[in-house]
Structure formats: structure tokens, C-alpha cells
Design a protein around this ligand. Structure first.
Ligand code: HEM
Length: 155
């Protein structure tokens, strides 16, 4: 079954909530990434430099927002076109950046888990449900697949 209008709506709706407090969501997202995979700390330039997760770091925020936003855009594309299409130049850049930083395929599962938990917390238990989780999960998986495939061309 393809990605439905309802699924797209669920993703968009929760992104609107997440967007209201990017500094908090970004920080929470990275705290969860490190909670799940402490070893990931050394891959991120802005985490390597300090003991604590830096508050209000523009690079940290940029990465979090890219993941949130690109997943949201993927949801829209999945509904409109039935597939995720990342602009060629962007995809090449993403492939290079991640290979250079030492990112491996399993890290994408860590980031997925952190992403879903960040959204769950932002939305609140009452509104968060399986359907919303699956919609974000599917949009993220397809985006991650595109990046992982590109990473294979940059080793
Ligand atoms: C850098 C996006 C998944 C680790 C970047 C950059 C983008 C990006 C756009 C370039 C820097 C920027 O413009 O902010 C994404 C997206 C992902 C994803 C859309 C998933 C859908 C991951 C995963 C990891 C990771 C799974 C590893 C846990 C990194 C690192 C950098 C980076 C280490 C370099 C950042 C630095 O040191 O400044 N990513 N990323 N990313 N990404 Fe990702």
C-alpha cells in the first residue's frame, strides 16, 4: 500500500508541533542519539569538542533540523510520487559527508529511534500513536535508504 494522504497529514501535523521549539527538540534529539549509542559522540565535530552536549550550537541544530525536515519532505514525496527523490547534488553531498564522518549503516537505526522518541515527547502521549509512528518511520526509512545507497558510491 502506498503512502496515504492521512499519513502525510500526520507527519505534517506533528512537524508543526516539533518546529515550535527547535532548540529543545534538537538538544533532545542529540541526547537520545548519545543515550542509545554513546560511541556516536566522536563522529560529530560539535560533540567531540566538549564534555556536555552544547546548548544552542548552530551545527547541532542544523543537523537535527535537516533530519526532521527532510523526513517530512520525504513523507510529502511518498504520497505525491510514491517514492523519495533527493536532488542529485544534495544526495551526493550527503553521501560524501556521512562517509567522511565515519557513519555506518547501523547508525541510521539509532537516529531513527531518537527521531521517533523526540517526536513522541514533543507531541505528547495522548496524540502520539502507532499510525503517526509508522508514517514517520516509513518516510525516514526511505530517505535513509537513499542516503545509504549513495554512501556506497563514496568509499
Ligand atoms: C552531516 C543530514 C543521518 C552523522 C550531515 C549534513 C546533513 C545531514 C545535511 C551536513 C551538515 C549540515 O548541513 O548540517 C542527514 C540526514 C540523515 C542523516 C537527512 C538521515 C535521514 C545521519 C546519521 C548519522 C549522521 C545516521 C550518524 C549517527 C552526521 C555527521 C555529520 C553529518 C557526523 C558531520 C557533522 C559535523 O561534524 O559537523 N548530515 N544526516 N547523520 N551527519 Fe547526518
Amino acid at each position: 500500500m502506498g503512502f496515504t494522504e492521512k499519513q502525510e497529514g500526520l507527519v505534517k501535523e506533528s512537524w508543526e508541533v516539533l518546529k515550535q521549539d527547535i532548540p529543545h527538540s534538537s538538544l533532545r534529539f542529540f541526547s537520545l542519539i548519545l543515550e542509545i549509542a554513546p560511541g556516536a559522540k566522536n563522529m560529530f565535530s560539535f560533540l567531540r569538542e566538549s564534555e556536555e552536549i552544547p546548548q544552542n550550537n548552530p551545527k547541532l541544530k542544523a543537523h537535527a533540523v535537516k533530519v526532521f525536515k527532510m523526513t517530512c519532505e520525504s513523507a510529502i514525496q511518498l504520497r505525491e510520487k510514491g517514492e523519495v527523490v533527493v536532488a542529485d547534488t544534495t544526495l551526493k553531498y550527503l553521501g560524501t559527508v556521512h562517509v567522511k564522518s565515519g557513519v555506518k549503516d547501523p547508525h541510521f537505526e539509532v537516529v531513527k529511534e531518537a527521531l521517533l522518541r523526540t517526536i513522541e515527547e514533543a507531541i505528547g502521549e495522548e496524540k502520539w500513536n502507532e499510525e503517526m509512528k509508522n508514517a514517520w518511520g516509513e518516510a525516514y526509512d526511505q530517505l535513509a535508504e537513499a542516503i545509504k545507497a549513495e554512501m556506497k558510491n563514496h568509499h
